[in-house]
Design a protein around this ligand. Structure first.
Ligand code: NAD
Ligand code: ZN
Length: 247
């Protein structure tokens, strides 16, 4: 079934997309909980926290330096590309991502809301200036310092226990509330508040499609659960809908 309740893509105005680490897995970026998610035997939950950073900023920065190197060597995959292509086909498509790797923009998506920040951006722990981008890998100094005040710099990402950027979150809920179609791609759908975006879309009567090789708590609620890898399934799903075929 590739019809959105009998609608053609031309009849759909608003689309929202929610992506998680799984959309980048086929680009070679490991998910935290999947294979390859460990670094020096640390779990992400032990490093991506304000407490870990306070205790040992250099250790946390070494982990980010490693992840930046990993992501820097990765290219967007067919799922990122399909989502960028879809942005051209709808008057209103908002892509909400929990990923920090920047691969959606690299694939050409322009309306991207990064709920968890971006691994290429840094910010001053004293907040003396707006965040800045530094793509050097490896970083010349670990831990890096603020170029203006000399305080410790931190990655401009959202750590476990921190709140999400308010403006992005509001825009994400707006998009979920007005969309006719939502795609949920490569996210375990358990981390709040992102996990409530598809629930909101469902409540408002949107057609919700999940793409994930594993079942999630959302799978039972959605209109369509595609049990496959994103880069493998999304291009064909989009092609088939556009061509008006059902499969
Ligand atoms: P997550 O909780 O969103 O889980 C990843 C999901 O992707 C799982 O449900 C898994 O079944 C699914 N998946 C795996 N391979 C897939 C594929 N090929 N196609 C579609 N789905 C696939 O993410 P997490 O790894 O537990 O990380 C939690 C948070 O950490 C993320 O929300 C993100 O902020 C951050 N993170 C970001 C990146 C990145 O930027 N690429 C990578 C790891 C973690
Ligand atoms: Zn500063």
């Amino acid at each position: 079934m590739t019809e959105i309740r009998g609608l053609r893509p031309e009849q759909v105005r608003s689309v929202a997309v929610l992506t998680g680490a799984g959309v980048s897995a086929e680009s070679g970026v490991p998910t935290f909980r999947g294979e390859g998610g460990l670094w020096r035997n640390y779990r992400a939950e032990d490093l991506a926290t304000p407490q870990a950073f306070r205790r040992d900023p250099a250790l946390v920065w070494e982990w980010y330096d490693w992840r930046r190197g990993l992501v820097g060597g990765c290219q967007p995959n067919a799922a990122h590309e399909t989502l960028a292509e879809m942005e051209e086909a709808f008057p209103d498509l908002t892509l909400v991502t929990q990923n920090v790797d920047g691969l959606h923009r690299l694939a050409g998506s322009r309306k991207v809301l990064e709920l968890h920040g971006n691994i290429w951006r840094l910010r001053c722990t004293r907040g003396c200036r707006p965040n800045w981008e530094d793509r050097r890998v490896p970083l010349p100094a670990i831990p890096p310092m603020c170029p203006d005040c000399g305080a410790l710099a931190r990655p401009d990402v959202v750590w476990f226990g921190e709140s999400l950027p308010r403006r992005e979150l509001e825009a994400a809920f707006d998009a979920a509330g007005r969309c006719q179609l939502m795609l949920v791609v490569g996210t375990s759908a358990v981390v709040q508040p992102a996990a409530s975006l598809p629930v909101m879309a469902l409540d408002r009567g949107a057609y919700v499609v999940e793409v994930n090789p594993q079942p999630t708590p959302l799978s039972a609620l959605v209109d369509e659960a595609i049990r496959a890898r994103a880069a493998q399934a999304l291009p064909g799903w989009w092609r088939a809908w556009r061509a008006g075929r059902s499969n």
